[in-house]
Design a protein around this ligand. Sequence first.
Ligand SMILES: [Zn+2]
Length: 60
Amino acid sequence: MGKFHTGQSVPSTGTYHFVGHMENSACQPTENEKRIPLTAGETFPPCRHCKTGAFWEIRL
Ligand SMILES: [Zn+2]
C-alpha cells in the first residue's frame, strides 16, 4: 500500500502505523502514539511524541 510522510495527504481512511522518523532521532513513541486513525484528505501528522517529521504506513 505504501509508505507516507508528514505533510503528505492521506489517500485512504484507516489506521496508520508509525514507521520511523524522517531524521535520526532518539525519540521512542509509545504504542499508542504509533497507531493513529486518519481520514482520507487529512495531512499526515508529525511524530505524536516529538513533533518532528515521521513516516507512516497503512496496514490492513
Ligand atoms: Zn518522535
